[in-house]
Design a protein around this ligand. Structure first.
Ligand code: ZN
Length: 165
């Protein structure tokens, strides 16, 4: 027995078993071989070698791989020539975030957390009642406005993008 990969005049691919190549010639000449998709009897051998396809299939199924991941794209199929805008922005964004985090960590590490007493403490420092030091805490919008009007300089703590929600 011999298996041929065939193709009809409408480019449907299919495979048919024959006793030998002479049997194939005979059956095709008598229009005994028809395309399973469209019924056309105008068929010819496909260009690919049928034995190659069968061998590959057999080899693959014998591999001890229970599930082939169909969702995984082949590395060769990934288009490398056109990176997406996200991929181009991402490293910068990450660097920016890392710097923000660093600054935030530095501030919180080297400053006293005075919490809700921030406006009070800031004022005391500004008017020389206590020694200057780095502090951080909470200030309501009104407090912030008043502090600014009194000429007391402070800055909001940098917030990481994913902490905003
Ligand atoms: Zn067909």
């Amino acid at each position: 027995m011999i298996r041929y990969a065939l193709v009809c005049d409408r480019r449907h691919d299919f495979e048919v078993w024959f006793k030998n190549s002479a049997d194939y010639d005979k059956q095709v000449k008598r229009s005994l071989v028809s395309c399973p998709a469209c019924g056309s009897t105008k068929v010819e051998k496909a260009l690919m070698a049928p034995s190659l396809g069968a061998g590959t299939k057999k080899k693959r199924s014998s591999e001890a791989r229970p599930i082939e991941a169909p969702a995984m794209p082949e590395p060769e199929s990934a288009p490398a020539e056109q990176p997406s805008p996200v991929a181009m922005i991402s490293p910068q964004e990450q660097e920016f975030r890392a710097k923000l985090k660093e600054l935030r960590e530095h501030l919180t590490k080297n400053a006293d957390n005075v919490g809700k007493k921030f406006p009070e403490e800031a004022r005391k420092m500004h008017y020389g009642e206590i020694e200057h030091r780095s502090i951080y805490g909470e200030a309501s919008p009104e407090d912030a406005k008043e502090l600014h009007e009194e000429g007391i300089e402070f800055h909001p703590l940098p917030i990481l993008p994913d902490e905003r929600n």
